[in-house]
Design a protein around this ligand. Sequence first.
Ligand SMILES: [Ca+2]
Ligand SMILES: [Ca+2]
Length: 331
Amino acid sequence: MKFRRTVWLQITLLLLMLCLPAVAGANSTEISLVLSTSTAAIGESVTASGTTNPNAWVPLKIVDEEESILVFDTWKADASGNYSIDFIVPDTNSETLTIVVGEGSNVAVETLIVGTEQPVVFTVTGDGVTAGEKTYTLNQLKALGETTDSYSYFSSGQTVTQSCTGVLLGTVLADAGVTDPDWEITVLTTDGYTHETYTVTLQESIDNAYLVTYLVNGEPFEDMGGETSSTIRIYRNHDDGSSWLNRLKLVSGVEVTSAQPPVLPGDVDGDGSVDIDDAQLIALYDAQLTTLTEQQLAAADVSGDELVDIDDALLIAQYDAQLISDFPVNQ
Ligand SMILES: [Ca+2]
Ligand SMILES: [Ca+2]
C-alpha cells in the first residue's frame, strides 16, 4: 500500500512538472529583442538586449543561412527582467545571421547582416608603437572611449562653435603603447596640407585636447575617395588654452618619433667618450672630407660659437691631453 502511494506521488509530480512550463508560459512576459546594429562585420561586438521575465535565463542562438547553430549561450535577466548580451559576430560564409533569444514558444528573432570588414581609418606608426604600427577601424576607435566636446573658431567676424565627437589622441596613443610625454607626434594628412603645428609633443597634444574626430555636429565627414580618402579630422585647442580649434583636415594617422638623446659636448662619434677620434672627425669635416649629422654638429661645437671648425677640434685635442677640463660651451 505504501509502495503504491509513492508511485502515485511520483506520477503526480511528473505530471505537474510537465505542466509547469505551460503554466509559466501562460503568465510570462513576451521576450523582446533589439540589436545594437543591423550590420556588423565578423569579429565585431554586437549587443542584444530586451526584456523578459524577472531573473529568467535567456538562451541566445546565432543561426546561419544553412540553419546551423554557430553560437549558443545563456545569460540571466535582472530582477526587472532586463537583459543585455554582448556577442562577437562568429566566422561565417553567410551574408545574414538569425539571432534567436528565448525558448519554447516565447522567442524573439532578429536578422543581422554580416557586413564586409571595416576599413582602417587611423594608423599610429613609429617609435614605441606596439609592433611598429597599430591600425584602427572606426569601431575600434570608438571602443577606446568616445568624447564629445565643443571647439570654436572665428570666421567672418563670428565665433562658430562645433560639437565634435571622437577619441582623444592621447588615449589612442596610450592604447598603441606610446606614453613618453616628450616624444613628438606628427599628424599625417592625406591632402598634403602642411602646417608647422602638425608636429607636437605627446604632452602638448594632451594639453591642447587633440581629438581624433569622426563626427562634427553629429554628422560624419564625407569620404573623399581616392588618394585623399579619409573620414577623420583632428581638432585641437589653441596653445594659449582657449577652446578655439585648429582643424587638421583629412587625417590618416600619426607618426611617433622618440625624443633625441641628450648630446654630450665633444662626443661627435657618439661612442660615449670625448677623445682624439672626435677631434679627427671635426678636422675631416672642416677639410670637407666628411659630413656630420645635425646631432653630430650639435655635439661638435664645443666652443659654443655656433660654428663647427678646427677650433673645436683643437679644444677636444686639448681636452684629450688633459690640458683643459671643460669646454667653453659648458661654461
Ligand atoms: Ca667620442
Ligand atoms: Ca665651434
